[in-house]
Design a protein around this ligand. Structure first.
Ligand code: GRF
Length: 195
């Protein structure tokens, strides 16, 4: 079995990245985390990945000003140099252009902390609480040009409990994220192996 080479794109602490790294240690996992790429120099997840012996790279978006495509071309060069098959966005806080999304169509996935199509965008936990939602959750989906709009791969709900704050709800959702992201990547990587 040839394991698919995966890049995880992060901007911060990288707890979902860490969950993917752990899962990929299983001998039967169909993907390996070949690269962790951050747009934020010094993002916490970079040190975690490096300690696991995983190649890391930083492409600082600020160096490209408003030229999003120039930033993405720089990322693309790193991804191609590492012969990446699949991209996992994990707390990657940049909006991607149709050019970049098109390059990775069907091969780029994202984890979002809500039951899409509900609560696209930011501050999902606070918005769900403000609405009096009784359930919330996480979704892994394909990335398409519309933000948080691509086809769902896996989704799992958690209950909203009395007294929940945005923080307590985020913690409950994050446990789900760490479980379903590795499952979804397994599904996608297996599909490619069979193609
Ligand atoms: C997660 O809640 C993810 O769903 C969202 O950003 C957060 C990133 O957390 N897109 P981490 O960096 O994976 O810990």
């Amino acid at each position: 079995m040839s394991r698919k080479r995966v890049a995880v794109l992060i901007s911060g602490r990288g707890s979902n990245m860490a969950a993917l790294i752990e899962a990929a240690k299983a001998v039967d996992y169909p993907a390996e985390i070949a690269l962790v790429l951050s747009n934020v120099p010094g993002a916490g997840g970079l040190a975690v990945a490096a300690a696991e012996g995983i190649a890391t790279a930083t492409v600082d978006h600020r160096a490209y000003g408003r030229d999003r495509e120039a930033f993405e071309r720089a990322m693309q060069a790193v991804l191609e140099a590492q012969r990446i098959d699949i991209v996992c966005l994990a707390g990657f806080m940049r909006i991607l252009t149709p050019w970049f999304v098109g390059r990775w169509e069907g091969r780029m996935i994202n984890i979002h902390p809500a039951l899409l199509p509900a609560y696209k965008g930011l501050d999902t936990h606070a918005r769900a609480l403000a609405d009096g939602a009784t359930e919330h959750g996480a979704t892994v989906h394909f990335v398409t040009p519309g933000m948080d709009e691509g086809e769902t791969i896996l989704q799992e709900a958690v209950p909203v409990l009395p007294g929940d704050t945005a923080e307590s709800l985020a913690r409950r959702v994050l446990e789900v994220e760490h479980r379903i992201y590795p499952q979804a990547l397994r599904m996608i990587a297996t599909e490619y192996t069979l193609l």
